[in-house]
Write a protein that binds this ligand. Structure first.
Ligand SMILES: [Fe+2]
Length: 177
């Protein structure tokens, strides 16, 4: 996680989140630790999907903030990792069902006092080299090289607040919805 944290040197839990991958049929379960790393709330790594794969998350318990970001496209139709065309930060809570379009990079931040737990239906391909750690449908490297998403979610006076990641060249203004 260090490479995507706002403050990689801050004290952090050994594991930020746990996943049990069952794939599209059995679903995947994710459990977030609670708390912060420095001022930044515990989050998942964040990734883009490779190809035309959408995903639906169900929030089973807890509350958090879902970050969605869409990269700009260059003249050749290639995504530009450091230029973001749209960014959304949405509060989510137990009972919510969230549909994520294929082109949207996504992560969820745990802003609550209990473990955040979700289930999702993204595919797992057993033939991948590392189907659990690095499933083939997900691109983590585009996030890794930018040091995280375009905004970090940090605590400011007890309230979750967005803070821009200075490594991105183009980032639209955003607020938590
Ligand atoms: Fe995903």
């Amino acid at each position: 996680m260090k490479e995507v944290l706002m403050n990689p040197e801050a004290e952090a839990p050994a594991v930020h989140y746990y996943m049990i991958r069952g794939g599209k049929d059995k679903t995947n379960i994710t459990v977030w630790e609670c708390g912060k790393v420095g001022d930044e709330y515990i989050k998942t790594y964040g990734h883009y999907h490779v190809g035309d794969i959408s995903e639906t998350y169900s929030i089973i318990q807890g509350e958090g903030i879902l970050l969605l970001q869409k990269r700009k496209i260059d003249a050749d139709g290639q995504t530009i990792d450091d230029e973001i065309g749209s960014f959304q930060a949405k509060k989510v809570k137990a009972g919510d069902k969230i549909f994520i379009e294929p082109s949207l990079g996504h992560l969820i931040v745990n802003t609550g006092n209990i473990w955040l737990v979700t289930s999702d239906d993204s595919p797992v391909y057993p033939e991948d080299v590392d189907p659990v750690g690095l499933p083939g449908h997900a691109d983590y490297l585009a996030v890794q090289k930018m040091g995280g998403f375009a905004y970090f979610v940090v605590e400011n006076g007890g309230v979750p607040t967005l803070l821009k990641n200075p490594k991105y060249k183009v980032v639209p203004e955003a607020e938590i919805e």
